[in-house]
Design a protein around this ligand. Structure first.
Ligand code: SF4
Length: 171
């Protein structure tokens, strides 16, 4: 068991330039607040399936329960690659004894709620779940997970940390 709880994190939140636009989404408040208390385990699903940085952006299309991950302009479908990757990556993460995961909100790969999802009429129903995040949550149904945006609320952050330490005790 590691000394500090290991928390998976969407890698762009750590300030690494892995986003589709070549940039990052460093969350300095979160990193400074939690940085001394946890060991981060970064994951960028889109880079790890072999897409470059920068890359064409993508979004979720179709049904809430089985959406497709499609690029915006060339309509490339990355669903199968992302699904295969996610199933393998969660098994690797299992060996690291993660105690939680912090996801980037609104991402078609990493978001855990209200991710843009376009139906057959092209209307955004805002009820998608990122494909990697979905697989991870199904694989670790008891593991505490949260999006970075909500963790800016001190009470949500406190609750998340308590759940992380409680979960860790059960491992
Ligand atoms: S949201 Fe997820 S897939 Fe997108 S850049 Fe961040 S870590 Fe990578």
């Amino acid at each position: 068991m590691p000394i500090l709880p290991r928390i998976g994190i969407s890698q762009c939140l750590l300030g690494d330039n892995v986003r589709y636009d070549g940039g990052h989404k460093l969350d300095s408040v979160l990193i400074e607040t939690l940085g001394q208390q946890v060991e981060w385990v970064p994951v960028c699903p889109e880079v790890e399936i072999g897409l470059g940085t920068p890359r064409e952006p993508m979004h979720l299309v179709g049904d809430h329960h089985a959406p497709r991950l499609i690029t915006l302009n060339t309509r490339m479908d990355h669903t199968d690659a992302m699904t295969r990757f996610a199933q393998q990556r969660v098994r690797e993460l299992e060996a690291l004894n993660l105690s939680g995961f912090v996801f980037k909100s609104a991402s078609p790969s990493c978001g855990i709620r209200q991710v843009p999802l376009f139906n057959t009429q092209g209307i955004d129903t805002h009820d998608g779940v990122g494909l990697f995040a979905r697989t991870l949550m199904e694989h670790f149904p008891e593991m505490p997970v949260e999006e970075e945006s909500l963790l800016h609320d001190p009470q949500v952050l406190k609750d998340f940390l308590e759940r992380v330490f409680d979960y860790r005790k059960t491992r």
